[in-house]
Design a binder for this molecule. Sequence first.
Ligand SMILES: CC(C)(COP(=O)(O)OP(=O)(O)OC[C@H]1O[C@@H](n2cnc3c(N)ncnc32)[C@H](O)[C@@H]1OP(=O)(O)O)[C@@H](O)C(=O)NCCC(=O)NCCS
Length: 226
Amino acid sequence: MQIWYTLLPDLHPHLASLSECLSPSERLRAARFSQEKDRLDFILSHGFLRTILGGQLGAPGSAVSWSVGPFGKPHLAEAGHAGAELAFSLSRTSGAAVCAMGRSIPVGIDVERIGPLPDFQELAASVLTPRERGALASLPVSQRERAFQRSWVCKEAILKLEGVGLGVHPGALDAGPGCWVAEPFSLLWEGQRLFLRTFEFAEQYVAALATRSEPSAVQFLRFEGP
Ligand SMILES: CC(C)(COP(=O)(O)OP(=O)(O)OC[C@H]1O[C@@H](n2cnc3c(N)ncnc32)[C@H](O)[C@@H]1OP(=O)(O)O)[C@@H](O)C(=O)NCCC(=O)NCCS
């Protein structure tokens, strides 16, 4: 299992080569962003994704293609690649992107930028379960926002593993206080055991990985350019 992460400003010198590997539909999506920064972040994130997938599949990034499930989850398998057993999950946020890749092991990943949340109370009331809210209230006030963000990435990672995304309300999913510590943990979701681990990088980002079986080893790799 590999987790690749990248800081998008590091990739600016490679913008030309990363943008060349995008598909026509990705170029159309890029052109639709109204903010230039969002457009660049999208291009760099997808160039990053294609480069590392291409590296695993032994193909140029431009040759990688995937299909998407009913709620948008991308799958290499149905697009007829030789490396069909390779599963991946991409997440991007302002200034960073992460991608988990596993052979024959479905994955879900989510990353968020750590920072103050102006609407923290409303968010917590809306997306945490009563048990999670109770546990959060027992933490010192100074730790609550960070803990909330860790819960949020765990929930999104699970919903992305399952492929449903925010089609399922995150408040329906109790990820528990295991999200708040660095050690891997597991939980039951709809009768299935899921395996999670959170990690932080560059002192600004928190991410979570969710899988359906316990990964034997996880390699963290930083991508600085093609
Ligand atoms: C999946 C989802 C939660 C991600 O939200 P986010 O935190 O804003 O975005 P992230 O950067 O973490 O993840 C985005 C990536 O996840 C992947 N993704 C998209 N939908 C996904 C899904 N249902 N399951 C897993 N992964 C998904 C894509 O690779 C996407 O990258 P892209 O937008 O650059 O193509 C959100 O897009 C969602 O809820 N999608 C479902 C929407 C839906 O129900 N659509 C139905 C009609 S298609």
